[in-house]
Design a binder for this molecule. Structure first.
Ligand SMILES: NC(=O)c1ccc[n+]([C@@H]2O[C@H](COP(=O)([O-])OP(=O)(O)OC[C@H]3O[C@@H](n4cnc5c(N)ncnc54)[C@H](O)[C@@H]3O)[C@@H](O)[C@H]2O)c1
Ligand SMILES: [Zn+2]
Length: 347
């Protein structure tokens, strides 16, 4: 398992990591936003002959084309296998930069410095790396661990509020699947103003504990997919719309719909379902899912990577704070779950 290091002094922590081994060259991969907002926070820890590679920001650039730009820059700089890549950014940079480092000359070491809440509590931990291909999310990828993950909440100061909220969905998910006390303590009002250091530590702890038991997703790791079966389908559906949903926004919706399936199928109580739905609606509001889009969303559910054969296998909650996996769900049941979401009202 990777070493996750929390720090309130990222400059110093990074300098220490860089001093611990002698690298032939250090590469810093950023996107245009993290170059502007995050690079200044680590600049002084870097030596002067660092190679900077900056790519466009956003999921639509998590592609083979962008990898090609990265590999070209690495090759032109004659990087050898003693070089280090520092991935400074959100989940897109973490997944893609890690992937590029892992296959360049059969793999060179890399460091992950996650700069979004989502990447700090989720994407940076667990060794899944990859890129999107032909419109399929994370279609090409590998499992590979970074040298270290350095988590510094200071980066969140410049993160747009909507991005912060997107990451908050994964924090809430970690509570729902593993720790009801943590879930209940998470605020739905003024949630932006919480003690992020404490929340991130706890949330990463949950993810790490799950992944350590089941690194390659043979079983238990599937519980991290709660909310993601329907959530991913909705996210994919809106990907091409004029106002796409952020990952966490789609997952919040997915958790409500899959909460309903948990109630219908495996004994989540009605009170617990209401509690879950209420908190998520308070934080995320309601997405206006048009009824005429239902079939398209159901089709997308059927294409999910997590399906085995024709059966759709979901991770559902028997009670808040616990999650079961491999529960077969029919398209008709998914339809009902989405209809449940549609008829909810904001309190
Ligand atoms: N590997 C995994 O286990 C795993 C888990 C969950 C998600 N993911 C992946 O993570 C990606 C989503 O990650 P994300 O939400 O971090 O998206 P992202 O990397 O696109 O970052 C979101 C936006 O915030 C900007 N940004 C990042 N840090 C900033 C900062 N500190 N200040 C200002 N702007 C900043 C980025 O430039 C980008 O525009 C998806 O591709 C998803 O597939 C991977
Ligand atoms: Zn997610």
């Amino acid at each position: 398992m990777e070493t996750v290091l929390f720090t309130t002094d990222i400059q110093n922590s990074l300098a220490e990591v860089l001093r611990a081994r002698s690298y032939s060259k250090v590469v810093v991969l950023t996107d245009v936003n993290t170059r502007e907002h995050c690079l200044p926070l680590i600049q002084d820890a870097l030596l002067s002959d660092v190679l900077h590679i900056t790519v466009p920001a956003g999921e639509q650039h998590k592609t083979l084309e962008t990898c090609s730009i990265i590999w070209t820059a690495m090759t032109e700089a004659v990087l050898d296998r003693q070089a280090l890549v520092i991935n400074l950014g959100g989940g897109v940079i973490g997944d893609m930069g890690g992937f590029c480092a892992s296959v360049y000359k059969r793999g060179i070491p890399f460091l992950t410095i996650p700069t979004t809440l989502l990447s700090q509590v989720d994407a940076s931990v667990g060794g899944k790396l990859g890129i999107d291909f032909m419109g399929f999310k994370n279609h090409l990828g590998v499992f590979q661990l970074p040298e270290k993950v350095l988590i510094a909440p200071a980066f969140l100061a410049t993160l747009p509020q909507r991005e912060l909220r997107s990451g908050y969905a994964e924090v809430i998910k970690h509570g729902l699947i593993r720790d009801v006390v943590f879930f209940r303590a998470l605020p739905s009002k003024d949630w932006e103003q919480q003690d992020w250091t404490r929340v991130i530590r706890h949330s990463v702890g949950i993810k790490k504990a799950v992944v350590e038991v089941d690194p390659k997703e043979a079983g238990l790791r599937k519980i991290l997919n709660f909310g993601h079966s329907i959530g991913h389908a909705v996210e994919s559906f809106y990907l091409t719309s004029s106002n796409p949903l952020l990952h966490g926004e789609a997952i919040a919706l997915g958790m409500i719909a899959e909460g309903f399936l948990s109630f219908e199928k495996i004994g989540l109580s009605f009170e617990e379902l209401n509690e879950l739905s209420h908190k998520l609606l308070q934080v995320f509001g309601k997405v206006d899912l048009n009824t005429e889009n239902l079939d398209a969303i159901l089709d997308l559910c059927a294409q999910d990577k997590k399906n085995e054969g024709n059966t759709q296998l979901f991770s559902l909650l028997p009670t808040l704070g616990d999650c079961s996996f491999n529960i077969p769900v029919t398209p008709e049941e998914i339809k009902h779950a989405i209809i449940y979401y549609q008829q909810l009202h904001l309190a």
